[in-house]
Design a protein. Structure first.
Length: 73
């Protein structure tokens, strides 16, 4: 599941998965519009819905992965 998440986000950001993995714990990798695009794509891909507080929390790849795995279980 983690690789699917990395691939999806990397496609949206126009980066390679390796580039994204290098900044997995960094904030500011995407802007608010890209965050919305990432959220919608993740919801579609994994058939889940995020709460507003979860969306705010997901500001790094580590947090995105953690939240998606938790929601998808």
């Amino acid at each position: 599941m983690e690789e699917r998440i990395y691939n999806l986000v990397a496609d949206i950001l126009g980066k390679s998965v390796d580039e994204l993995k290098e900044v997995t714990d960094e904030k500011g990798v995407w802007d608010s519009l890209k965050r919305a695009e990432i959220v919608f794509a993740l919801e579609d891909e994994f058939d889940i819905l995020f709460e507003p507080d979860e969306i705010v929390y997901m500001d790094t790849m580590t947090k995105v992965i953690e939240t998606v795995i938790k929601k998808a279980e």
